[in-house]
Design a protein. Structure first.
Length: 275
């Protein structure tokens, strides 16, 4: 392991870790520079198991024994070590999880290939909150869907907060970017999918009724926080579904709604297999 003590936080080789709290800057910069950040030893380990290549690692001294075994197959990767004040000054936040790794971004997946390989998918339209994206990926990993399709404006699953909230599930669950709806809608339908939009509409089916007769291929479509699905997304859907609620509550957080829907689909699929 190539350990390098940090003498100058402004050194060019540390550029991957600067201004991490500036979401808009990082949102543009990380994909452009072909990198993402894995935070915590557990997430770093999952990234390496997924076959992703590290660029460098940044950590506190006491985390060296935990990280060293993970880098046995990557002896060339520099490991930058500093104290809490140095790392906070560099990144803009307290590195309480002990370690960050700058990782090479994997090649983008073809959405058509993901459609062909799958039976149960989640489609996310324009979600802006990385926390919600990460939470949905974690639910997908836990509840057994095959992958995620994202609209062009949807938040980056490989942004640090999304990776952290998902506990590394974004590194395990296959995902791909869709084109705009005029192309994406026919693409999903032509692949044999029922595209079920979750929305508050008068003609929406109760989720319990919907899962009573499951299609062979299903894509669950969820919209952005607050505004919900766009008219183009709704026009692309083949069915509309709602989660009935009591006590005057009109909607759930999108990550919660996705988890409820995924659980209902999994339960219906298991019941069908038992029958």
């Amino acid at each position: 392991m190539r350990i390098r003590r940090i003498d100058d936080a402004g050194a060019p080789e540390l550029a991957d870790y600067t201004q991490l709290t500036d979401v808009e800057l990082r949102r543009v910069r990380e994909p452009a520079e072909g990198l993402y950040l894995a935070e915590s030893p557990k997430v770093i380990e999952r990234a390496l198991r997924a076959g992703h290549r590290p660029r460098s690692v940044l950590l506190l001294e006491e985390w060296i024994p935990r990280i060293e075994p993970l880098l046995v197959d990557h002896p060339e990767v520099p490991v930058y070590v500093g104290d809490s004040a140095q790392l906070a000054g560099l990144t803009g936040f307290h590195l309480h999880r002990g370690a960050l790794a700058s990782m090479h971004r994997p090649l983008a997946r073809d959405p058509l290939a993901l459609l062909r390989e799958s039976r149960r998918l989640v489609v996310l339209e324009d979600l802006a909150d990385h926390t919600n994206v990460g939470a949905i990926f974690r639910s997908i990993a836990a509840l057994g869907a095959d992958g995620v399709l994202l609209t062009p404006a949807c938040a980056d699953p490989l942004y640090r907060r999304a990776v952290r909230v998902s506990m590394g599930a974004v590194l395990q669950v296959p995902w791909a970017r869709l084109p705009e709806w005029p192309v994406a809608g026919p693409m999903i339908r032509d692949a044999g999918y029922e595209l079920a939009a979750f929305a508050l509409r008068e003609d929406a089916e109760d989720l319990a009724d919907f899962v009573s007769d499951m299609p062979d291929r299903l894509a669950l479509l969820f919209g952005t926080e607050g505004e919900g699905l766009t008219r183009r997304a709704l026009a692309s859907a083949t069915r509309c579904v709602t989660i009935p609620m009591d006590h005057g509550v009109d909607s759930l957080n999108v990550a919660t709604a996705a988890a409820v829907a995924l659980w209902a689909v999994r339960a219906a699929d298991r019941a069908t297999r038992r029958d």
